[in-house]
Ligand binder design. Sequence first.
Ligand SMILES: CC[C@@H](C(=O)O)C(=O)SCCNC(=O)CCNC(=O)[C@H](O)C(C)(C)COP(=O)(O)OP(=O)(O)OC[C@H]1O[C@@H](n2cnc3c(N)ncnc32)[C@H](O)[C@@H]1OP(=O)(O)O
Ligand SMILES: [Co+2]
Length: 134
Amino acid sequence: MIGRLNHIAIAVPDLEAAARRYAGPLGAEISAPQALPEHGVTVVFVTLPNTKVELMQPLGEGSPVSAFLEKNPSGGMHHACYEVEDIIAARDRLVAEGARVLGGGEPKTGAHGKPVLFLHPKDFDGCLIELEQV
Ligand SMILES: CC[C@@H](C(=O)O)C(=O)SCCNC(=O)CCNC(=O)[C@H](O)C(C)(C)COP(=O)(O)OP(=O)(O)OC[C@H]1O[C@@H](n2cnc3c(N)ncnc32)[C@H](O)[C@@H]1OP(=O)(O)O
Ligand SMILES: [Co+2]
């Protein structure tokens, strides 16, 4: 069911500093910062030849990234995003398999303007999974 790796995400305490490291020493192509209040994050995307890296910093109260950064103050790998063709079919299959689909199971519009859903990290080997319909 899952297809290509769309992106991996890294939670960072200082987005500007992290973006500078990717653009400078690592010589990567980076996007402008994008504030996504509905998701509680500001993101910068790093474009690589085969996938993307999403650098994320908390935005606003109750950001889902705040607790993670409290536990990992220097930042760390936050989630992996896999592409699916039909996010509703994917959700229904996962629910039938007993996986916890977060946010009540209703897709939100993600950073690329496409529907996204998240799966609980405790159901997938300690890795938070994002699904993006492409
Ligand atoms: C930019 C838009 C979009 C895109 O298009 O790309 C995004 O990527 S938005 C990214 C941010 N959004 C989300 O993360 C939404 C989904 N996340 C959540 O709903 C919550 O963060 C969570 C995963 C359910 C955790 O919330 P909560 O239960 O309130 O936090 P705890 O801190 O109590 O965690 C419980 C348990 O899970 C472990 N955990 C939490 N986050 C992660 C993680 N990212 N990776 C691995 N494990 C994680 C946490 O450590 C706790 O474990 P224990 O300590 O063992 O109990
Ligand atoms: Co993401």
